[in-house]
Ligand binder design. Structure first.
Ligand SMILES: NC(=O)c1ccc[n+]([C@@H]2O[C@H](COP(=O)([O-])OP(=O)(O)OC[C@H]3O[C@@H](n4cnc5c(N)ncnc54)[C@H](OP(=O)(O)O)[C@@H]3O)[C@@H](O)[C@H]2O)c1
Length: 311
């Protein structure tokens, strides 16, 4: 059996635990697809898992190959996977048990969509996890509608830069918090009000919000409750919001984990293909520099996405 290059770790720890190895590729189960990975994106969850701080990945899952989304070419289909055929260009979310930082990855067929027309694999890999997190946070959990107002905390990062664009495409009014260097970037994405959190108190610029999309947590969240209108909602990708706090402000609050959904990804692909939403690539790294790529994201100041080039 062919051996492929994978970056993985055998124990939790800092960037030093990552190593490149040549190992046999696992084969797709009935409903899965083996993808020849061209590019894989780097997400904060990758370093959280590597450091052992992500509850869904425990010791029994080691050795672990990071990488929660990829873009590539279908190499083999499982016995009951019939949506795609060998040679199709696809992209999607890799299961939480990992595998993207490798020459091949196994994905559930239902997590995949055809790569958007007119963009390369680098831009395609930037989309699945971050964009679906943004989409699900705004629409599935936040119920954001045309004409409503949303405050997006962390608008310059992987999730935030998609969230600004989606909210605008669907006719919402968008306020966002970013650091000084990223004000122009957030404006270029279409945000109506860009608040420089290094220089301004966001409370002075926001009120009567329908949705707060919180990608930051902590003090930022605590200062946001009062800005929601009665019946509004705070949606978090991080810790569980306190329900008693939400009740005391007469608002709702929820925390969610992104789910792979190929049909939803296909809808996002149409927006990207039509040029209405654009993934922003901060930087690419080759697979062998995966530790550097992860460190870059771990520093916490990403502008858009960091992507690994693989094949
Ligand atoms: N629950 C889920 O399923 C799920 C899915 C995806 C992501 N997440 C989590 O959601 C968070 C965001 O993900 P991401 O991929 O967008 O992360 P990211 O790409 O690392 O972006 C984080 C952004 O936040 C900005 N930032 C830092 N402090 C800020 C502050 N006080 N106010 C406003 N912006 C601030 C950073 O830029 P500056 O430092 O320059 O401001 C950076 O652009 C991460 O913690 C991630 O683990 C959860």
């Amino acid at each position: 059996m062919n051996k492929i290059r994978k970056v993985r770790f055998h124990s939790f720890g800092d960037r030093g635990v990552l190593q490149e190895e040549r190992i046999e590729q696992s084969q797709p189960d009935a409903g899965q697809v083996l993808v020849a990975v061209r590019t894989a994106s780097v997400n904060p969850v990758d370093y959280k898992i590597r450091s052992g701080k992500y509850p869904a990945v425990q010791q029994d899952r080691l050795p672990y190959t990071p990488g929660r989304d990829v873009s590539g070419v279908v190499e083999r289909c499982g016995a009951q996977a019939n949506k795609f055929k060998v040679g199709d260009e696809v992209f999607g979310i890799v299961p939480v048990y990992g595998g993207g930082y490798a020459e091949q990855a196994v994905l559930d067929e239902r997590a995949l969509a055809a790569k958007p027309a007119g963009i390369d694999h680098v831009h395609a890999a930037a989309i699945p996890l971050a964009a679906q997190t943004a989409w699900q946070g705004l629409f599935r959990h936040g119920g954001l509608k045309h004409g409503q107002t949303v405050l997006i905390h962390g608008g310059s990062g992987g999730v935030g830069h998609f969230a600004i664009q989606f909210a605008k495409v669907f006719g919402a009014r968008v306020l966002t918090t970013v650091s000084t260097d990223n004000v122009a970037f957030a404006q270029s994405l279409g945000a109506d009000v860009v608040i420089d959190y290094k220089k301004q108190r966001f409370e002075a610029h926001a009120s009567e919000l329908d949705v707060v999309f919180d990608l930051i947590d902590g003090d930022t969240r605590e200062r946001s409750w009062q800005l929601l209108k009665k019946g509004g909602i705070l949606v978090s990708t991080l810790t569980e919001p306190a329900q008693d706090k939400a009740r005391s402000f007469g608002v709702h609050a929820t925390r969610y984990t992104v789910e792979a959904d190929g049909a939803e990804l296909a809808e996002i692909a149409r927006l990207v293909g039509a040029g209405k939403v654009k993934p922003h690539i901060q930087r690419t790294f080759p697979l062998q520099a995966a530790a550097d790529a992860m460190t870059s994201v771990e520093q916490g100041h990403s502008v858009g996405k960091v992507v690994l080039t693989v094949g």
